[in-house]
Design a protein around this ligand. Structure first.
Ligand SMILES: [Zn+2]
Length: 985
């Protein structure tokens, strides 16, 4: 009867009445304002500003500007003994604070954040005097018909964007607040429960209260203990995207706001625990907000603030190289250890767009035991079958993994969410615990006081699971101990969504690849030169790592973020390149005329290089250099270019008038590589209109409409007529764009390169290149970090269907018995290999949230490498490494015929990933991995000083000593094993 009224307008009316009773009496606050355009200023600078009178109702804040408000007032004497609060609405929109937010400063120190969920600032009188640093962030548009604004352009917009709606002092009635919260929790719980005794009991209590105002009815309903055996470990959290719809400079301030709020709330709620990831954000606090950092340090020591995560930022895990992921762990975990003496055991990536099958080993190799995400609950095709399970990687490492069943990292601590979280947990028969992350991210300020009040009421309440406020670490320790008969998921945790993020913002992805490569070279040659610029390399690595954040590198941020990222990453390439140049000059022995070739890769090379004025064949040993004598190629190996044919001793390539390859004849194997009748190197332009998440997604139905094949040729020209190299240039114009390709074949090589230069001005298009090949296999192989995975080329199951666009690194291979074709690239990540058609995604053109994403110039190289035999024996991995790391030629004065290899491995499947100085000593770290998926005994020979050698973890902590005899270390290697070898001088 009355329940119907209660759940309709009656309920709202009662709740409004109860809430209205919380804030009583008013006293005015006086405001004055000082507006700052451009970059934020410090508190000290703000104190020198000229403040002008400002009234509630006035407008403030042109986009991306800051306004400092001076807040003054007097708490009336009559309020003595009551809790007074300053209440603000500075123009908030929505709940998560994506627009305007403030940081309140008191006594010259950051005090607490002011956001839609933290509008009450407790004040003590009689004088009230503080400042609010208010940031005006324009609303980004991530999807839909509305145009997304250019944030770069909006920085110049003159008009204020927000209306300051409220600033006043109020009394906050604690008794009324308690009653309002009791009422809300019970109503929400009743709404969440199925028909039954408990639901009826609560409804009766609510009805009685509604009729009689008898609070004892509510108290009685609140007092019945939970009968659930499921325990929810609730962890306070704020997921702060390190850059996304705002640039780094704003995230730094978002952190200051949210972290100061969390610290302040810890003083009000002694049981409140806040988990916080991303050491890069802590490092910002240390540098710019020492008071906040000191507060965090104290709360970590007290066990109230929990560092979580392990990586430097919550990095994308599709695009970064293996070594970059290793450094995410190295720098992330070292920061927590050095600053707090705290060793995190979990990898915490609730929001990252897919997880490669090498991650379990990286977690274990950095001393971790656990993994957390919830992102796969967003899968568009197959929902994960388990939430507590073991995840097994390509090397066999198993990691205890948990997906919090609330399917969110922004939990609101409402009764329905808590009840549903326990009900939806898929592993009740194996475990009786789950994790729950509550608190608003990104500018919502983290947990709000009402959430903790809700936690207190739901702690042990019949109808709900049991709830404890704990650390994440306590959950993982207890759950991993208690859980039994867990299932195992083998292989990648492919994310069935956001498949466009392998391709969007291609310039940033290319710079990322180049920066990874440049740092690898800078480290190796600095070790060799014996002069290691550790501080410079540390800073450059951290610059790269922060730009691998899961909204930057995937391409899902606003234009401003890419303005920053492209500048920062180009800076890394430049710094690392400078270090390499200096080190190589030293190694080459000063000014001279000898040609010295440097090879960063761990296999010896003989290659054609362009010296600027001429081509030349050069040789270099593994991870080393050599002065060149007169290497040459045989007459048979030389390239011959004639009318629409280019060939060497390995391949004969033919093309037609449209510039499409009509044949690639493998001379050694005596077979045709391309599928009969199909054109190779076909550029295909698809319409690309994802229904939502524009920059993020490629929707499966992009395949429903036939692509436009770019077969019109504007120009064709032989550029290099043969000899050591043959090169032909093809130019195509389409839409508003121009695509120039240089097809290159070198003497003796079976790698046919396509060096591309594109002026791209399309909208909502996806450009792919296709190679239909005469190879049949149900599976293709794709390089991932520290190894490779197989994925099907068919659509038998829904899991196969969902993988219509997949992530791979420098190579992908389609192989049948005895023969295969590999595609190589120097900065691409999106592939689809269906049937016998191999395609790479080259460019996209989304318009949200960056309206100009990917427009303009692009350079990239891909290559096709047909090969007899298996990709392992055929040298596909080495060829892909070489495409990404050309030999470097330096003129020098070292004696003729001298050469040196820093590290040589006698087994081709064992690859050197990095050679670097140890973080804490002058030892040298050599990171190796088994790249074929097999086992072997490898002999690692080094010319570096090595009196003792240790196998270490990724944090460079010694595990076991290994014998060094005459510079040789012998290692037993298992499939895809990552080995970190420390050489003590
Ligand atoms: Zn995120």
């Amino acid at each position: 009867m009355i329940w119907g009224v209660l759940t309709g307008t009656g309920l709202d009316a009662i709740r409004d009445q109860l809430l209205a009773a919380v804030e009583r009496e008013r006293a005015p606050l006086e405001l004055s304002a000082f507006a700052v355009r451009g970059e934020p200023i410090t508190f000290a600078e703000a104190m020198r500003g000229e403040y002008r009178p400002f009234n509630v109702g006035d407008r403030w804040g042109p986009p991306w500007s800051t306004t400092w408000f001076h807040v003054r007032g007097q708490i009336p004497e009559s309020w003595a003994g009551q809790r007074a609060v300053a209440v603000f609405d500075i123009g908030f929109e929505g709940q998560t604070g994506f627009t305007c937010e403030g940081l309140a400063w008191k006594d010259g120190k950051p005090w607490r954040g002011v956001d839609p969920n933290h509008r009450w600032l407790p004040v003590a009188g009689p004088e009230v005097d503080f400042y609010i640093e208010a940031a005006a962030m324009p609303k980004a548009v991530v999807s839909g018909p509305e145009d997304a604004p250019s944030m770069i352009r909006l920085r110049e917009a003159p008009d204020p964007a927000f209306t300051f709606r409220q600033a006043e002092l109020r009394v906050q009635d604690q008794t009324a607040r308690k009653l309002a919260l009791d009422f809300k929790v019970l109503v929400d719980l009743a709404l969440a429960l199925p028909e039954g005794d408990r639901r009826s009991e609560i409804i009766e209590a609510l009805e009685k209260f509604a009729q009689t105002n008898d609070q004892s009815a509510l108290a009685k309903a609140m007092s019945r203990p939970s009968s659930s055996r499921h325990l929810i470990h609730a962890v306070g959290h704020a997921h702060i995207d390190t850059a996304w719809l705002w640039p780094f400079r704003e995230t730094r301030r978002k952190c200051a706001r949210t972290f100061s709020t969390a610290l302040a709330m810890m003083d009000e709620y002694p049981d409140y625990i806040f988990a916080c990831s991303q050491p890069a954000q802590y490092a910002w606090m240390k540098a710019s907000y020492p008071d906040i950092f000191e507060g965090i340090r104290q709360k970590v020591a007290a066990g109230r603030w929990e560092p979580v995560g392990s990586m430097w930022v919550e990095a994308d895990c599709n695009i970064p190289s293996g070594e970059a992921l290793a450094r995410q762990f190295l720098h992330g975990k070292r920061f927590f250890m050095n600053e707090f003496g705290y060793d995190t055991k979990e990898l915490w990536l609730p929001d990252v767009f897919g997880y490669p099958a090498s991650l379990p080993q990286l977690i274990a190799e950095s001393g971790g035991e656990f993994f957390l995400t919830q992102k796969l609950s967003w899968n568009d095709t197959n929902k994960p079958a388990h939430q507590t399970f073991f995840w097994e990687g390509i090397d066999g490492t198993r990691i205890f993994t948990h997906f919090p069943p609330a399917d969110t990292y922004n939990g609101d601590f409402s009764a329905p969410q808590i009840v549903r979280s326990a009900a939806d947990f898929k592993d009740h028969d194996r475990s009786s615990r789950s994790l729950y992350l509550y608190g608003w991210g990104d500018g919502g300020g983290g947990p709000e006081p009402d959430m903790i009040e809700s936690a207190h009421r739901l702690r042990n309440l019949d109808g709900a699971p049991r709830v404890e406020l704990t650390k994440a670490a306590e959950f993982f320790a207890a759950a991993s101990k208690e859980a039994h008969e867990l299932t195992t998921w083998v292989g990648e945790l492919y994310f069935e969504l956001h498949r466009g993020t392998y391709t969007t913002q291609s310039r940033t992805k290319r710079l990322n690849r180049r920066a990874e490569q440049a740092l690898r070279e800078a480290e190796i040659w600095s070790v060799a030169a014996g002069a290691y610029p550790a501080a410079e390399l540390d800073a450059a690595w951290k610059q790269l790592l922060i730009n691998q954040f899961h909204d930057i590198l995937p391409g899902s941020s606003i234009d401003w973020v890419y303005e920053d990222a492209e500048r920062d990453l180009a800076g890394v390439v430049e710094v690392a390149g400078g270090i390499t140049t200096g080190a190589q000059a030293k190694l080459a022995g000063g000014t001279g005329e000898n040609v010295v070739a440097f090879n960063v890769n761990s296999h010896p090379r003989l290659e054609v290089v362009d010296l600027g004025d001429r081509l030349r064949v050069v040789e270099a040993p593994a991870c080393g250099w050599a002065v060149q004598s007169d290497a040459s190629v045989t007459k048979e190996q030389a390239v011959v270019v004639s009318d629409a044919v280019m060939q060497n001793d390995q391949l004969r390539v033919r093309w037609d008038k449209r510039g499409l390859l009509t044949s690639i004849w493998d001379k050694e194997a005596g077979r045709e590589v391309l599928a009969p009748g199909a054109g190779g190197n076909l550029l295909q332009l698809h319409d690309d209109n994802p229904k939502q998440w524009d920059a993020w997604d490629i929707d499966l139905d992009y395949l429903k409409k036939e692509p436009v094949d770019l077969v019109e040729l504007s120009a064709q020209q032989v550029e290099v007529p043969g000899g050591l190299r043959g090169a032909v240039r093809f130019t195509r114009e389409f839409g508003h764009s121009r695509f120039t390709q240089r097809m290159v074949l070198d003497a003796g090589s079976r790698v046919l390169r396509f060096e591309c230069d594109v002026d791209w001005h399309e909208e909502h298009k996806l450009l792919k290149v296709a190679f239909p090949v005469a190879v049949h296999s149900p599976r293709a192989t794709y390089e991932i970090q520290f190894g490779h995975v197989e994925r099907t080329t068919h659509t038998n199951t829904s899991w196969d269907q969902a993988r219509f666009e997949v992530c791979g690194h420098r190579w992908a291979d389609l192989g049948e018995a005895g023969y295969g074709v590999a595609l190589l690239n120097d900065c691409k990540y999106g592939y689809d290999i269906r049937g016998s058609v191999m395609r790479v995604s080259l460019l996209r053109a989304p318009t949200h949230p960056d309206p100009t994403a990917d427009l303009g110039g692009h350079r990239f190289t891909y290559a096709v490498m047909p090969h007899p035999g298996d990709f392992r024996d055929a040298g596909v991995i080495a060829a892909a490494e070489d495409l990404n790391a050309p030999l470097r030629i330096v003129r020098g004065n070292v004696p003729a015929a001298s050469s040196r290899s820093l590290v040589e491995v006698d087994m081709p499947q064992v690859v050197v990933e990095a050679i670097k100085r140890a973080e804490d000593s002058d030892a040298v770290i050599v990171r190796l991995y088994e790249s074929w998926g097999g086992r072997c005994t490898a002999r690692v020979r080094t010319t570096l000083p090595a009196s003792r050698a240790f196998l270490c973890d990724l944090l460079e902590r010694n595990r076991t000593e290994v014998a060094v005899r005459d510079g040789v270390v012998e290692l037993d290697v298992t499939p895809f094993k990552i080995l970190t070898l420390k050489l003590e001088p």
